[in-house]
Ligand binder design. Sequence first.
Ligand code: PMP
Length: 389
Amino acid sequence: KGVHLKEEKMRVSSSAVIDDGKTPIVLDHGDPTMYEEYWHLVGEKTTVVIHGQQGISYFSDASKVCWFLEPQFERAVIRLHKVVGNAITEGYHIVVGTGSSQLYQAALYALSPSDLLEPIEVVSEAPFYSSYPLITDFLKSGLHRWAGDASKYDKDGPYIEIVTSPNNPDGSTRQPMVNRSGGMLIYDLAYYWPQYTPITYPANHDIMLFTISKCTGHAGSRIGWALVKDEAIARKITKYMEISTIGVSKDSQTRAAKVLDVISDSHVHKGNFDGISPFFDHSYDHMAWRWQQLREAVNKGKLFSLPVFPSATCTFSGRTFGPLSAFAWLKCESEVENCAEFLKQHNICVRDGSFLGSSSKFVRISMLDKTEKFELFIQRLSIMNTAIA
Ligand code: PMP
């Protein structure tokens, strides 16, 4: 009870911010600093001590496909997926990466045939995560090249499709778009966690990418993992990591393992977690509160609109809800053609929709920043919306 009051107080105290309209509000990146509040409440439970003699070797378990995977990190990943029920881990190889960004590159490498005359084309349904085209073409590789919106892709031949579900930026649930054989799929499930979307099935695709960045908020640890069905593909993904960085920081894996275990504990030992809400309950409540604030601000006038997606029942929480996306995919409804420019005039920096395979009528806004900044943003948006309506 005491801690619930503490949680409440943190939110109320931050709502006292008064906007002068001038402070720049940068919500361009998906920096998940929102989560600092929860980990502050949890306190010492996530502290890890790493002694000087620990983690010196390059190797973790040389008998494993992923020889630099720390066993305690592997156990924590399997345990959390079991607790949440969002992915099957039996029969899968786990490969750890320096964020899921590195795993994305590694998966492209692993899936790209080496005997093609032309690079294999990589597509994803628009609007898509703006880093996909950047990463895919960064080194102008002879192996793969970005080919844009999967819904417009009608070429013959092999291709790789990225299925991001729920999607960055709009939170929609996605299925493969290019409806023919000859394609290889990478499922980016960075947001398939119960604070963002109802968990409806344990995912069991051939290649699935996850990251702690969006699950727990610890983006700075740079830890992601791939669940890979096929051993040969898992070996190639591991090879990429071996050649590029000779493995992944053990210090980071140790910390990530601790954080994931604390999350599992917060749910498994619900009533016995020092009165602190279990992680996904707390995060769901916070996201639901943020989305309510945003929808109210948008509904105050006719300047903007937000997409609406169907609700579903979450097998993890039993709640029925629609997506609580980590980003708002906001559309300027007025004659304004460049929504990002328009918001910039009000000192709000967000990502132009044209970088995400869509148009400048749309912008992507992070919903995961600190509460204070989020509230300032809501205040400013409400004022703009009522003043100009
Ligand atoms: N995939 C998606 C869909 C993302 O939104 C992000 C982060 N913005 C990533 C992957 C990369 O995450 P990481 O921090 O693990 O590299």
